[in-house]
Write a protein that binds this ligand. Structure first.
Ligand SMILES: C[S@@+](CC[C@H](N)C(=O)[O-])C[C@H]1O[C@@H](n2cnc3c(N)ncnc32)[C@H](O)[C@@H]1O
Length: 296
């Protein structure tokens, strides 16, 4: 059904299944900013309607005003936070794929990992820490794990761990299973598919599963990037790709500074194809396409 705008005084509202006024949208976009740093411009209004309409249906609500009231109640001290979580899970965008922006994985394999092997392999148990921040359904951290296994022949001797975090609790549940529809690996080379995945059989026909030794390298945690980070140690590499595009400028500036704090000297930050650091931070040198090395 086409989306029609109607006018109520000087307020436009969406006359579709549920009434969605300017006031509702203003409240929801402020909440998205406050809770997740996600910036919802007026151009996102239809998208937000489409994402949240499912919640209104599930809750049996009459309009967005009732939905906003429920969220406001959740914001109160001691209020039920469940719908706030559902709200956040509904507005996040989880698009991802295995070996997305493959030049990052090539850079890891050809440049970064040889450097790290050279620097650390004399240690009795070399420590390697990689963070996939905004990991979505896990395809990014699992791709990283596959590259580590391919490039570090004695990886079992290493204390190598990948931390994978996301705000969206539903997508983290998917990530932890490591199970995907079979066609999600069709871009991956046959060699990699054979080496790192198991085809589902019987009831699992049509799915593929990431092998256990790849899965075991990744630890998942729920983490809001705009809140405090509990991690103690530093990282050799941070991937934060296609996440900050949803944030406003100030949130991006703060985040980049925090990533620099959490990176080792010479540590590298990988960002998404449309995420420029230009004018936001001076703490990194660009060393490849959307690849940035922390300045000591
Ligand atoms: C488009 S996906 C990117 C996935 C992956 N990094 C990639 O490039 O393929 C963006 C992810 O960022 C997460 N996200 C959005 N806001 C966040 C926040 N404030 N803290 C942590 N994760 C957030 C979303 O839940 C979503 O899974």
């Amino acid at each position: 059904m086409a989306l029609m705008a109607e006018t109520q005084g000087n307020q436009s509202s969406y006359k579709k299944e549920y009434l969605f006024t300017d006031k509702d949208f203003t409240y929801l976009s402020k909440l998205a900013g406050d809770l997740a740093g996600i910036s919802l411009s007026s151009g996102k209004r239809e998208l937000i309607y489409g994402r949240l309409v499912k919640r209104l249906r599930a809750l049996g609500l009459k309009d967005f005003k009732q939905y906003c009231a429920l969220l406001r109640a959740g914001e109160e001290e001691g209020g039920d936070k469940e719908e706030l979580t559902n709200f956040i899970n509904s507005i996040t965008t989880n698009v991802t794929s295995f070996f997305r922006e493959n030049h990052h994985f090539d850079f890891m394999a050809d440049t970064l990992l040889p450097e790290l092997i050279h620097e650390k392999s004399e240690e009795s148990r070399p420590r390697l820490r990689i963070w996939s921040a905004g990991c979505s359904s896990g395809k990014e951290p699992y791709s990283i794990a596959m590259v580590l296994k391919e490039c570090i022949p004695d990886i079992e001797r290493w204390d190598a761990k990948i931390l994978a975090t996301d705000l969206d609790s539903n997508i983290l549940d998917v990530a932890k299973t490591g199970v995907y529809p079979k066609d999600h690996v069709k871009e991956i080379s046959a060699e990699r598919r054979k080496r790192w995945f198991q085809m589902g059989r019987g009831l699992n026909e049509g799915t593929i599963k990431v092998s256990d030794d790849v899965k075991n390298m990744v630890a998942y945690r729920q983490l809001n990037l705009t809140e405090a980070w509990p991690m103690k140690g530093s990282f050799d590499i941070i991937f934060c790709r296609n996440v900050t595009i949803y944030f406003d400028r100030d949130t991006r500036v703060t985040l980049l500074d925090r990533f620099a704090e959490y990176l080792d000297d010479d540590g590298c930050l990988f960002v998404g194809h449309s995420e420029s650091l230009f004018g936001l931070t001076q703490r990194f040198n660009t060393v490849g396409r959307t690849i940035h090395r922390k300045i000591r």
